[in-house]
Design a protein around this ligand. Structure first.
Ligand code: FAD
Length: 531
């Protein structure tokens, strides 16, 4: 017999496998002698009421073999050299495209400027401990892209739940925890992601694909209105049926190269602001309505999502939380020396004593309009770069980040001292209004005030803001045809993922990688059935 049931249970039942099994067996009155399998299929914390509950769904199999939970199979056919596609960038878009090409019998050749996940750790240590930023291998660049050393939140606004499930299953097939198939807000964690990514690379290599690290694409080989391939910094020319360009939102050299070669690109709005850090215990207390800051053994570190509309010079714009990392760390995400950029990551257990989140404001032509005359379609990118350079300059020119206690920021007072932080290079107390453009600082101030009303206790000097959170999405779009995903002007060029403006996170970048692979296979590799 198979049954699917929903329950509302306390955390010690929802987050402990044995407790949960006993609970279900008792609840369903399953005979003690029967052979029963209980499989949790859905779990979401509901903290709206004073007493936190967890909504859970489970499948129960009694005297019956459980059906397969995962339909994705990791057996890729060996590919030949007959059809090959060049993929620039080994982020989620590039890697998932490569795996899809293998399924379709096409050879992927991945070109990645950064190091593999193991060597990349050294580059990250150099940023954190010595303030040395390797321009090719850092928190944004290197194997797995910007998503490897992150929280590994898997989230998408896409309505295609089947595609999202498939992405999660591919992660699970490469050693991610099956919990990501269950949780309403799944995440993998920075301690687990490198192994998952390395396993994906191994799948690609085992099936005959190629992965070239420490190889930066410096030029495109374009003839007429068609791309033939790419040229690396070593001068090697690599050609294929098509070029999938998945270089992420931080590849400024690629955007400049496209502009120089007069390949159509478009400036685009993005979001800019700061990262806020609170003690995790405080966020737990607020979100779980606790008397003290101890959430106990079972509840996960609490998250939040906040949004407010704030006017400036008669115009309202959204101020919102972005990429919240409960129990996490703030990390230095610059891709070049002379700039300071912050972002967040968390381990799988989300057990650091800090909570952090980006708090950002949408920026558009209102802010970067004055840059258009000089930089054309790179206006938004150059505006972004200037704010990052300012953040670096104000904080002393290293990876030390400018910061201010939250209450002091609201009151326009430089903080006498700062709180403990998870940000390893260290913080310098400054007036954040010296770092942020005026409109952004104004909107943040009133956004925080509103957040303080929505979450009592949030607005406190125990929190501090750290600048700048500027790589929220790409400041450039590389336009492509809606149906084919091919560049609007250059044949066989497929702009893909976040850098091209078609994704906003790990899961959506992965889905876009698969989509572009399907389109390339159908258009240029003679594959009939692609999806
Ligand atoms: P990217 O991941 O940016 O990958 C692009 C790749 O291209 C990089 O590896 C880069 O080295 C390579 N490249 C660039 N230029 C060249 C060149 N010239 N030649 C060769 N290779 C090149 N998103 C989430 O959904 N959840 C999270 O929890 C999350 N946390 C994050 C934490 C941090 C610290 C950061 C920085 C980002 C985080 N993000 C998160 C965002 C997420 O990582 C990105 O949305 C996602 O990685 C985009 O995927 P992509 O493949 O399009 O590009």
């Amino acid at each position: 017999m198979k049954k699917v049931s929903q329950y509302v249970v306390p955390p010690h039942v929802a987050f402990d496998e044995d407790n949960f099994k006993s609970y279900v067996i008792k609840k369903e009155k399953v005979d003690r002698e029967a052979n029963a399998t209980v499989r949790m299929t859905r779990r979401s914390v509901d903290a709206r009421k004073k007493k936190v509950k967890v909504n859970v769904e489970a499948e129960i199999f009694v005297d019956e073999s459980p059906t397969l939970n995962i339909s994705y199979k990791k057996d890729y056919p060996n590919v030949s050299d007959a059809k090959r596609v060049v993929i620039v960038g080994a982020g989620p878009a590039g890697l998932f495209a490569a795996l899809r090409f293998l399924e379709l019998g096409i050879k992927p050749i991945i070109i990645e400027r950064g190091n593999d996940v193991q060597k990349r750790r050294r580059d990250l240590a150099n940023i954190n401990k010595k303030n040395i930023v390797n321009e090719d291998s850092n928190y944004c660049f290197g194997e797995g892209g910007a998503g490897t050393y992150s929280d590994g939140k898997l989230y998408t606004r896409s309505k295609k739940r089947g595609d999202f499930r498939r992405i999660c299953e591919i992660f699970v097939a490469h050693s991610a925890s099956e919990e990501i198939l269950i949780d309403a807000h799944p995440h993998i964690g920075t301690n687990k992601l490198p192994k998952v990514i390395a396993e994906m690379r191994q799948s690609i290599l085992d099936a005959g694909g190629e992965v070239h690290f420490e190889t930066r694409v410096e030029d495109f080989n374009i003839s007429g209105n068609e791309i033939k391939g790419v040229v690396t910094q070593q001068g090697d020319k690599i050609e294929g049926e098509a070029v999938l360009l998945a270089t992420g939102h931080s590849a400024r050299d690629i955007f400049r190269l496209l502009q120089k070669k007069e390949v159509e690109i478009e400036r685009k709005p993005f979001a800019l602001g700061v990262r806020i850090e609170h003690p995790q215990g405080l966020i737990d207390k607020i979100q779980y309505h606790l008397d003290d800051r101890d959430r106990g053994e079972y509840l996960p570190a609490a998250a939040y999502s906040l949004v407010s509309q704030v006017g400036y010079k008669g115009q309202k714009k959204g101020v919102f939380s972005f990429c919240m990392c409960p129990g996490g760390f703030i990390v230095p995400s610059a891709t070049a020396p002379g700039e300071v950029v912050v972002n967040g990551m968390s381990p799988s257990r989300r057990d650091s004593q800090f909570s952090n989140s980006g708090i950002v404001v949408s920026v558009d032509d209102d802010e970067f309009g004055p840059y258009i005359k000089k930089y054309g379609e790179l206006a938004a990118m150059e505006f972004q770069a200037e704010v990052e350079r300012k953040a670096c300059e104000v904080a002393g020119g290293t990876q030390v980040a400018p910061a201010q206690r939250l209450g002091d920021f609201i009151n326009g007072k430089v903080s006498n001292d700062l709180n403990e932080t998870s940000y390893q290079p260290g913080l310098l107390s400054v007036d954040m209004r010296d770092v942020l453009p005026q409109a952004i600082a104004h909107r943040l101030k009133f956004g925080f005030k509103d957040f303080g009303k929505k979450m009592r206790g949030y607005l406190t000097n125990e929190a501090q803001i750290v600048g700048v959170e500027s790589r929220t999405s790409s400041p450039v779009r590389i336009p492509r045809e809606k149906e084919t995903c091919e560049h609007t002007q250059i044949k066989r060029l497929f702009p893909c993922g976040e850098g091209a403006g078609y994704a906003g996170g790990i899961a959506s970048a992965a889905m876009d990688g698969e989509l572009c692979a399907n389109r390339i296979a159908a258009l240029y590799c003679g594959v009939k059935e692609t999806s």
